[in-house]
Design a protein around this ligand. Structure first.
Ligand code: AKG
Ligand code: FE2
Length: 284
């Protein structure tokens, strides 16, 4: 789901009434919801000043002196420390032409001094807004699946929030590299805030399926984006991840086997960004 700071012609006001009418008529409302354009939201309720400040905060961090950024450098993608900065040289066949500030904002937000001074205020403000918005989105998802509106929230899907502040520098030879490898996100959903440069390509889409996507490198830039990943917190390692029981029946048996949050996170990290959805590993 993308939040753009500048209006685009593909934007669509989400019409809840019409959507639920379509859901009632087709009994397949989830697909309708996705096809109706909820992949790009405008009436999200987050003030545009907050969106702009967030983009500028990420720019400010990455455009600091290397000596200042160095203290945040760490190759770990795990929960501790809560805020790290790294180049995209982790488990991917080709490194992405990007630098990333990783901030684990929920369920245990970093302390004040654990966030870079240049963007700590806006990180807190923006993550609050994203969490509020994600509850509303999960309520819509639940209703669209024919569940109680609070179902997905109660399952803990709004509890974990990791945010990436990504900086794609201009690339002199973009044809030789890529900004972000083709991949799917291993989280329930992602709210993406991007600046006017663009470059994100959605490669597939379907009924609540993982959308395969990548970001091209460009000669112009930098391009700045903030990806907010909503998930069950990986700290709840014991938690069982499995198809929603209320949606299963004899005609519609489970298509995925159960796993734990710990196993899922481990597998997803070990697999890396190879373009293959993590969920494929769990398909029955
Ligand atoms: O920068 C973007 O637009 C997307 C980044 C992304 O897909 C990711 O980090 O998972
Ligand atoms: Fe992604």
């Amino acid at each position: 789901m993308a939040l753009n700071t500048t209006p685009s012609v593909t934007e669509l006001d989400y019409d809840r009434q019409a959507e639920f009418k379509a859901f009632d008529e087709t009994k397949a409302g989830v697909k309708g919801l996705v096809d109706a354009g909820i992949t790009e939201i405008v009436n999200h309720g987050i003030p545009s000043s907050v969106l702009e400040e967030m983009i500028e905060g990420v720019r400010g961090f990455h455009e600091q002196d290397t000596e200042v950024k160095k203290q945040w450098y760490n190759m770990s993608f795990r929960e501790k420390p809560p805020v790290v900065f790294h180049s995209n040289f982790y488990n991917a066949p080709v490194p992405g032409w990007r630098d990333t500030l990783i901030c684990h904002m929920a369920p245990n937000p970093p302390n004040h001094h654990e966030m870079p001074p240049i963007c700590r205020e806006i990180l807190m403000k923006y993550s609050d807004e994203v969490q509020k918005l994600s509850v509303r989105i999960l309520e819509l998802f639940s209703e669209a699946l024919g569940l109680n509106p609070s179902h997905l929230v109660e399952m803990g899907y709004a509890e974990g929030l990791s945010m990436l502040g990504i900086y794609y520098p201009p690339c002199p030879q973009p044809e030789l590299t890529i900004g972000s490898q083709k991949h799917t996100d291993s989280t329930l959903f992602t709210i993406l805030l991007q600046d006017h440069i663009g470059g994100l390509q959605l490669l597939t889409n379907g009924k609540f399926e993982c959308a395969s996507h990548r970001v091209l490198s460009k000669k112009v830039g930098p391009r700045i984006s903030v990806a907010s990943f909503l998930r069950v917190p990986s700290t709840q390692s014991y938690k069982v991840i499995e198809p929603i029981k209320e949606l299963l029946s004899e005609e519609n048996p489970a298509k995925y086997r159960s796993t734990t949050m710990e196993e899922f996170t481990k597998y997803s990290m070990a697999k890396g960004l190879n373009g293959v959805p993590t969920t494929l590993h769990y398909q029955i």
